[in-house]
Write a protein that binds this ligand. Structure first.
Ligand SMILES: Nc1ncnc2c1ncn2[C@@H]1O[C@H](COP(=O)(O)OP(=O)(O)OP(=O)(O)O)[C@@H](O)[C@H]1O
Ligand SMILES: [Mg+2]
Length: 493
């Protein structure tokens, strides 16, 4: 019996200890009556409610009623044993009700409670934090999307501006507004982006190299190497090893293996100028490049793959050369996939004014001259001229004129047309040969003399002393001739 009572006491004291130490609030409530027990946690949160009825304050009474009500409601709702939530003043409480049979058979309830206020607050803060992060993120994502859209739009605008600028810069570089030149410019832009081989044809000085430069600038290989080779300036064997490289010992002096320009320029563009001048052997090698995209080094036999875009130019008539048998037909076909043919300047004289203005501007700046006037008579002379040397000749004429001009104006005195190779004699011959019929030698010589004296006097603005010096004749002789040919220095001042 004593043993039993000891055991009971031990159990009660253990239970007591447990109740006293757990952080949760524990209340033992008698339904509709009183609070029988509160552990320290409960007391510190709610105040001591287990007092004699007469010492309970009104405030404590309200609290007791609140929990009595909670108990009744939970029982009525049949939720004993469940974890539920309620609020007390400003606090969020989690509670569980569990029944307890009293010593006197009365029914009591354990009310276990935990204050969730802090953790709820933390949860709310966390969720607020999440929400604001989400808002910020979604803002940022929208901003990024917007800026991506703007970026794409700007990139598009930039590209079109670049294209526009390229076209404009092409217009600046390739001056002229004739229909032929506008069509030519359009064609350059159309074909530049493809990797197709291009053959540029046109008389000397028409702008073949200029077109080759524009093609490369507007192609997809702008940032890759660009190599220009003038096929007629290098000897054939040198050209072959220069272009295709050589194996060690392939010829005297080839003491080491060397990569050719086609290999070095791999990925880029090669401009073969004067292509009409290459030998049959070179023609065969070039055909291999264009046909199979490979080269064989001089003295070697294994082909090397290369990726080079070829632009070729010539002022020779390759089709006639094919007919004569000096140019391979198959190579001609391979080169002539796209032909850009530049018309001679005499066939597009509408470009003369633009070109003249362009060159005056260019050389005015270069020579620091202030040329600002070009008389109509000069323009007429330029239009009359046949321009056998094409744009290059015009450039030379204007360059000389700007350099020599006095008083900011170009006059006839500064206008000298190029003497084209083979053309000097030709045009001189033509003039005087035309006059041969029915004229004596004396007449013809007199005619020449008159022309020469007039021309030089004009150049020297009627200054006889300078003319004497330049023509290296005596003053009396010059006066004699001027009298004979009815030339007056005053007319040339
Ligand atoms: N349309 C043009 N606008 C401005 N300059 C031009 C134009 N055409 C040619 N030129 C200029 O004329 C000169 C000769 O042009 P380019 O060297 O390209 O001619 P080409 O056809 O290659 O001559 P060649 O057959 O003698 O080698 C260059 O200074 C070039 O810049
Ligand atoms: Mg050229």
């Amino acid at each position: 019996m004593e043993q039993l009572s000891d055991d009971l006491n031990r159990i009660i004291s253990n239970q007591q200890n447990l109740l006293e130490t757990i952080p949760a609030m524990v209340l033992l409530i008698k339904e509709n009556e009183s609070v029988e027990y509160m552990n320290p946690s409960a007391k510190s949160f709610l105040g001591d409610l287990c007092k004699l009825p007469e010492s309970i304050t009104p405030e404590e009474r309200t609290t007791i009623s609140k929990f009595q009500e909670l108990v009744t409601k939970t029982i009525q709702n049949n939720r004993v044993g469940e974890t539920l939530e309620t609020t007390y003043r400003e606090s969020h409480l989690e509670y569980t009700l569990s029944s307890f049979e009293g010593y006197k058979g009365d029914s009591l309830y354990w009310l276990f409670m935990r204050d969730l206020t802090e953790s709820k607050k933390q949860l709310a803060e966390i969720s607020l934090f999440h929400n604001s992060i989400e808002t910020i993120l979604s803002h940022k994502i929208n901003e990024l999307k917007e800026s991506e859209k703007t970026r794409q739009k700007l990139a598009k605008e930039l590209n079109s501006l670049k294209e526009h600028l390229k076209e404009q810069s092409a217009e600046c570089k390739m001056v002229g507004s004739s229909r032929a030149l506008s069509e030519l410019r359009d064609m350059v832009f159309q074909v530049a982006k493809s990797d197709a081989t291009i053959l540029i044809t046109g008389e000397s000085g028409t702008g073949k190299e200029l077109v080759a430069n524009l093609l490369r600038e507007s192609s997809n290989r702008t940032n890759k190497p660009f190599l220009k080779i003038n096929c007629n300036t290098i000897s054939d064997s040198l050209l072959e090893s220069d272009l295709f490289g050589h194996e060690k010992g392939s010829f005297t002096g080839a003491d080491s293996k060397r990569m050719g320009k086609f290999e070095v320029v791999d990925g880029g563009t090669i401009f073969l100028d004067e292509i009409g001048d290459i030998s049959p052997r070179m023609q065969a090698a070039l055909l291999r490049v264009l046909q199979d995209g490979e080269i064989i080094r001089v003295g070697g036999n294994s082909p090397v793959k290369i990726d080079v875009r070829v632009i070729a130019a010539t002022n020779r008539d390759l089709a006639s050369m094919v007919q004569e048998g000096t140019f391979r037909l198959d190579l001609f076909y391979r080169l002539n996939i796209i032909n850009i043919s530049i018309p001679p300047l005499r066939e597009r004289k509408e470009d003369l004014i633009d070109l003249t203005t362009h060159f005056i501007r260019k050389y005015r700046q270069a020579f620091k001259k202030d040329i600002n006037f070009l008389p109509q008579s000069i323009l007429e002379r330029l239009i009359e001229h046949d321009w056998p040397g094409n744009v290059r000749e015009l450039e030379n004429v204007i360059q000389r004129a700007v350099l020599m001009a006095k008083n900011n104006i170009i006059t006839e005195n500064e206008l000298f047309f190029d003497l084209q190779p083979g053309n000097k004699e030709h045009s001189a011959q033509k003039n005087y040969l035309q006059k041969l019929d029915g004229h004596t030698l004396k007449d013809i010589v007199a005619d020449v003399e008159k022309d020469v004296i007039t021309h030089v006097l004009e150049k020297n603005r009627g200054n006889v002393a300078h003319t004497v010096q330049q023509l290296d004749i005596g003053k009396t002789a010059l006066y004699d001739k001027m009298r004979r040919y009815d030339i007056s220095p005053k007319d040339h001042k």
